[in-house]
Design a protein. Structure first.
Length: 209
């Protein structure tokens, strides 16, 4: 039975392949792309290209990974991946004209910024609670979710205040978050190999439920 468990949980015997790498890589790639836009790499100020990535990679693929964690008995992985998959899909929906969400604030841009700030605060709360679950299980996820929590706080502060420095800071922390997630994803995939070229520790503290 595989022992690379998301969150450090012991899995039920299963022939289903570990879906965690797909969930982690989709999360990391979408987070990395948006964060690069947030720090204005190459002078890019409009992040709308990330919408497709948020819908299908960070959103759909990560949600599917979460659904496959359920039959493996991984409550944390199922909840986290499906939740963040929905986060990315909901984020994309805000910027798709057909939804009418952003257009509803056309005459009240300050209200839109405040609404985005509250949206990000909600996801900070969710992420903080996920971090608490991992505290005695998996140090790599504690670090990942801690960085993500900080990123959400900084981006929420930017939405509330309009200070560009906070957006850049949130983007920088987001890039670090994505790189940590890439490390976890590669580690999970290496563990799934019969003869990996290297084993990358995840700091799993407790494998028992």
């Amino acid at each position: 039975m595989e022992h690379a468990e998301t969150g450090g949980y012991k899995m039920r015997p299963s022939r289903i392949a570990n879906p965690a790498p797909a969930g982690i890589f989709s999360f990391a790639s979408t987070t990395f792309m948006l964060s690069m836009y947030n720090v204005n790499v190459r002078g890019i100020k409009e992040p709308n290209v990330v919408v497709g990535m948020a819908m299908f990679t960070g959103g759909l693929l990560q949600f599917i990974a979460g659904m496959w964690e359920f039959p493996r008995g991984n409550v944390f992985g199922a909840t986290a991946f499906s939740s963040y998959g929905c986060f990315w899909m909901s984020y994309a929906a805000i910027f798709i004209p057909g939804t009418g969400i952003q257009q509803a604030f056309a005459n009240a841009p300050a209200d839109f910024s405040n609404a985005i700030g509250i949206y990000l605060i909600v996801w900070f709360m969710v992420t903080f609670m996920f971090t608490l679950v991992c505290l005695r299980k998996n140090m790599s996820f504690v670090i990942l979710l801690s960085f993500l929590s900080v990123a959400f706080i900084l981006l929420a502060a930017n939405a509330f205040t309009g200070k560009e420095s906070l957006l850049h800071a949130g983007g920088a922390v987001g890039i670090a978050t994505a790189l940590i997630a890439y490390y976890i994803g590669v580690s999970e995939m290496m563990t799934a190999e019969k003869k990996p070229i290297v084993r990358m520790p995840l700091g799993i503290l407790d494998r028992d439920d």
